[in-house]
Design a protein. Structure first.
Length: 255
């Protein structure tokens, strides 16, 4: 062997490590993205029955299906809205940057409520990640609301398991909603002034994925959710409504 000739094992080692790195990346990527969930019904086949009695906010609050927040004394309600944080677990996830941005926003605008419209999580251990985020909000004493996105319930923990985490955190305004409404995060937050509802925030679950004729794609809002929205609107009468959800409506493409 010539002096400058590299032993074969030294040449093979970098290639092996490179292929191993690609393999591990693909395992993580497909493990997090190929666990989509699908509803068993469509907007054409879903059946539901509206309650016979009118919507009553106090009853909904008492049953844990709605929440109320009183307007501040100055008459201005500040809302912080975020989406698609995709918080991962692990030392290289970079979630500390998200926490730092939120802390900066808390200091600068002092929001009365923070709303996260989906894809908060992107982690193998999403339940632990959700608990960590909820604890972060508790430590800062910030009320927050959350609706599921299409990635939150993927991999190890589904939406039901994640939904069961949040009731133990007082600052988390979250409900799985009425049993007859499809989804795991359909609920109302009423903004009140001197005890009177003046605005309503409607949280809508836009689900995960479904199969269309042209292939797989994001899911949509179902008839039972629309019926629930109208039921609440009739009960609250002429109160302005603001809807929060993850997947844009098809009409958004026309803007």
């Amino acid at each position: 062997m010539e002096k400058n000739e590299r032993p074969p094992t030294l040449a093979i080692l970098p290639v092996t490590l490179f292929l191993l790195a690609i393999f591990l990346f693909l395992v993580v990527f497909f493990g997090l993205t190929q666990t989509k969930t699908y509803e068993q019904v469509s907007r054409h086949t879903e059946g539901y029955q509206l309650p016979q009695e009118p919507y009553d906010l106090n009853d909904a609050v008492g049953r844990g299906k709605a929440f109320t927040i009183e307007y501040p004394f100055d008459g201005e309600f500040t809302l912080l809205w975020g989406s698609d944080f995709h918080l991962p677990r692990g030392p290289f996830g970079g979630r500390e940057k998200v926490y730092a941005l939120l802390e900066k926003a808390f200091q600068e605008i002092d929001p009365d409520l923070t709303i996260i419209t989906g894809d908060l999580l992107f982690s193998f251990n999403s339940k632990r990640m959700l608990k960590e985020f909820a604890l972060f909000m508790e430590e800062h004493q910030r009320h927050w609301a959350f609706v599921f996105g299409n990635h939150d319930g993927q991999h190890r923990h589904d939406r039901v398991a994640l939904a069961d985490v949040l009731p133990e955190y007082p600052h988390a305004l979250f409900s799985r909603g009425e049993e007859w409404v499809l989804g795991e995060s359909d609920y109302t937050i009423a903004l009140t002034h001197q005890g009177k509802t003046i605005q309503a925030l409607m949280m809508l679950d836009s689900h995960d994925h479904r199969v269309y004729d042209e292939g797989k794609g994001p899911n949509y809002i179902y008839p039972s959710q629309i019926g629930w929205y109208r039921w609440v609107a009739q009960g609250l009468e002429k109160v302005p409504f603001y809807a929060f959800f993850h997947i844009p409506l098809p009409e958004y493409a026309l803007l």
